[in-house]
Design a protein around this ligand. Structure first.
Ligand SMILES: [Zn+2]
Length: 271
């Protein structure tokens, strides 16, 4: 599933190809995404210029003169920039054709992705207005984590994956950030000391920033015609490494199920 770093990598990949271009035509081949694509959308955005390719949490925000396209990759979605004449393959659902002769093509086998539109400020859209701070921004820090953990008995891993409190920390990065911060995933959120909150905030930022950086090296895949969405595998400390030696201490990495998701951790390194 695309997580925040993959979405940011996608944003950076498409940005130079779309900003400053006009949408010559929007073609919706299959409206049945997570929410049906509005039938009037093609007429609304045709001819409008793209000003910016932004992101909020895992939503890509393509800002145009007419308003903002809000695109979510869902479980299996990917975007590619291709010559508009490129034949479609299975699960290519939307083409945003540009005046450059290229198209921004959305492919999504499972159709949990979405394409919405707002003429208003996108940050006030119902899907976006309740979102927590961006973990890569300055407002997200140890003080913020300290504040939101004080009264919460929930396990810290589940807290950092709650998008109403922290956006963009999916299952992989939650395990990895807790390892880096040396905090056990099952710890009650409110039991974290101030210093641990500081460490965890730094670890979340470092884990996501590294993933974005590694993703940056595969950007070419996003603009190629090879159909490869280019998701990367960074060097992970614990995720899916159960039974293997911890990269720091050499003891075995363990796995357990938490909130129906697999959690990976090192009992020796994490307290
Ligand atoms: Zn270890």
């Amino acid at each position: 599933m695309p997580e925040l770093p993959e979405v940011e990598t996608t944003r950076r990949g498409i940005e130079p190809h779309v900003v400053g271009r006009r949408i010559s035509r929007l073609l919706v081949h299959d409206r049945r995404l997570r929410w049906p694509v509005d039938a009037s959308l093609a007429a609304t955005v045709a001819g409008s210029a793209i000003r910016r390719a932004g992101r909020r949490a895992k939503y890509l925000l393509i800002e145009t003169d007419a308003g903002t396209l809000i695109l979510h990759l869902g479980m299996s979605g990917s975007l590619r920039v291709l010559p508009a004449s490129t034949p479609r393959i299975a699960h290519d659902h939307v083409d945003i054709e540009l005046d450059s002769g290229q198209t921004l093509r959305f492919n999504d086998p499972r159709r949990f992705g979405s394409l919405l539109f707002t003429a208003a400020d996108p940050t006030t859209h119902p899907l976006l207005r309740q979102l927590a701070p961006e973990p890569l921004e300055a407002e997200f820090d140890g003080q913020y984590l300290w504040k939101i953990t004080r009264r919460r008995a929930v396990a810290i891993k589940q807290l950092i994956m709650n998008s109403r409190l922290v956006v963009g920390v999916g299952n992989i990065y939650a395990s990895e950030a807790l390892f880096r911060a040396r905090v056990r995933p099952r710890r009650q959120a409110r039991s974290l000391r101030r210093e641990e909150c500081n460490r965890l905030a730094r670890a979340i930022k470092a884990t996501l920033a590294m993933a974005v950086k590694v993703g940056g090296t595969t950007l070419r895949d996003y603009v190629g015609a090879d159909g490869n969405p280019g998701y990367f595998r960074q060097k992970l400390y614990v995720y899916e490494r159960d039974g293997k030696a911890c990269r720091v201490c050499g003891n075995l990495v363990r796995q357990f199920t938490q909130g129906q998701r697999s959690t990976y951790w090192c009992p020796h390194c994490q307290k």
